[in-house]
Write a protein that binds this ligand. Structure first.
Ligand code: FAD
Ligand code: DHB
Length: 391
């Protein structure tokens, strides 16, 4: 049996950042991850880092590559009715911005820093199960060598994403689930092409939403609203480009096309589990909540959760003061619900809803007119998009 102070399940942004912050505070952890290092470092997911996430990475010594290779964006565009309208993120928020730097690059930087500091990360661990959460917590598992293992710890951090084992370890009668499923998904592509615009474009079109993002001067990331049950095989390159061109058209704008080398469809939902604690188990990131990606909040919320959790665990393990742990769930949930509202709002302003009436569509356009013409409304969007300060 291995002993550690905090047993962490999942090596996503939440688990790795938590382990990193705990290490800086002199606290030991072990991470159990079901996938291989290669798999987590290659999975394409989010791309936008809030100012808070960037600052935390830089301040804690894992931001050097991000500062070199990330792209700082001071604004983005809302595009509707054939016209673009810029949201001046930096001007409206007193100097804040977002950085485009893919999630798997964040993971590479965190894994490298953790392993360089001698961290115990067990990749390809199977059969993870949680025990004795209200007394002396333990985690049992099967290691990559096929041998059974056991980890005894003072606390368990469940950072194992939407489909992990941590949240279900909270008894159903001790938690409440809040769920909203959207009747659409996002079709995501990566293409070999130069950027079509200097900043991200969030486009609302009668045919549905489209998002133009970037990865590098040679690789672009784009999404368009689709049927979540559709298959990427139904979409040829020509059909994808025609759809994206139509949804972003106007003022002579044309996307620069190129070879599409990755396609995926993600469903969209909003979900929150309350509370984010049971006994000595604390859940964080996607294990506790999901946001639709329109607000670019998923990864950033995961980091914000573990920022709060790391401080609370440090206080408890160093001085026995448990107030931070007792208030962890309530503190994190405040920010989560704020992000839930913002993500739902962005989603509702920009997507095509099949059951929308002509009135609903005019009202949707009026809302976009408001956020692109009223400075106070635009500021609300900008402040939420760059991220509220960490507590
Ligand atoms: P995760 O990144 O999911 O990490 C959890 C880790 O736990 C994984 O590595 C997993 O392998 C591991 N794990 C799971 N079960 C077990 C187990 N039983 N035992 C051990 N380990 C386990 N957000 C955006 O803002 N924009 C986007 O475009 C976007 N695209 C996305 C696309 C996809 C396909 C997905 C799934 C998510 C996307 N997100 C996006 C959301 C964002 O990526 C997540 O919010 C973020 O990854 C949350 O980090 P996390 O550490 O909480 O969870
Ligand atoms: C990206 C993803 C998002 O969900 C978003 O809102 C903006 C950008 C991206 O992958 O680049």
């Amino acid at each position: 049996m291995t002993r550690t102070q905090v047993g962490i399940i999942g090596a996503g942004p939440a688990g790795l950042m938590l382990s990193h912050l705990l290490h800086l505070a002199g606290i030991e952890s072990v991470i159990l991850e079901s996938r291989s290092r290669k798999a987590i470092e290659e999975t394409i997911r989010a791309g936008v880092l809030e100012q808070n996430t960037v600052d935390l990475m830089v301040e804690t010594g894992v931001g050097a590559r991000l500062q070199r290779e990330g792209f700082v964006h001071h604004g983005f565009e809302f595009r509707f009715e054939g016209h673009g309208h810029r949201i001046d993120l930096t001007g409206l928020t007193g100097g804040r911005a977002i950085t485009v730097y893919p999630q798997h690059e964040v993971l590479k930087d965190l894994v490298e820093a953790r392993l360089a500091a001698g961290a115990d990360i067990r990749f390809e661990t199977r059969d993870v199960a949680l025990h004795d959460l209200t007394s002396t917590p333990r985690i049992t598992f099967t290691g990559v060598d096929g041998q059974p293992g056991e980890l005894a710890c003072a606390f368990i951090a469940g950072c194992d994403g939407s489909y992990g084992v941590s949240r279900p370890a909270i008894p159903a009668d001790k938690r409440r689930d809040f769920l909203r499923i959207y009747p659409f998904g996002w079709f995501g592509i990566l293409a070999d092409a130069p950027p079509s615009a200097h900043e991200l474009i969030y486009a609302r079109h009668e045919r549905g939403f489209a998002l133009i993002s970037t990865r590098s001067p040679d690789v672009q990331r784009m999404y368009f609203q689709c049927d979540p049950a559709d298959s990427v095989d139904n979409w040829s390159e020509d059909r994808i480009w025609a759809e994206l061109q139509t949804r972003t058209e106007g003022e002579g704008f044309r996307l620069t096309e190129g070879r599409i080398f990755q396609k995926n469809i993600v469903p969209m939902r909003s979900y929150v589990c309350e509370p984010m604690q049971y006994g000595r188990l604390f859940i964080a990131g996607d294990a506790a909540h999901t946001v639709p990606p329109t607000g670019a909040k998923g990864l950033n919320l995961a980091v914000a959760d573990v920022f709060i959790l790391a401080r609370a665990l440090e206080r408890s393990l160093k001085s026995g003061a448990d107030e931070g742990l007792q208030s962890y769930s309530a503190t994190a949930l405040k920010r989560i619900w704020r992000a839930q509202h913002f993500s739902w709002w962005m989603t509702s302003m920009l997507h095509r809803f099949e059951d929308a009436t002509a009135f609903d569509r005019r009202r949707q356009l009026a809302e976009l007119e408001l956020v692109t013409s009223s400075e106070s409304a635009a500021r609300t969007v900008a402040e939420n998009y760059v991220g509220l300060p960490l507590a």
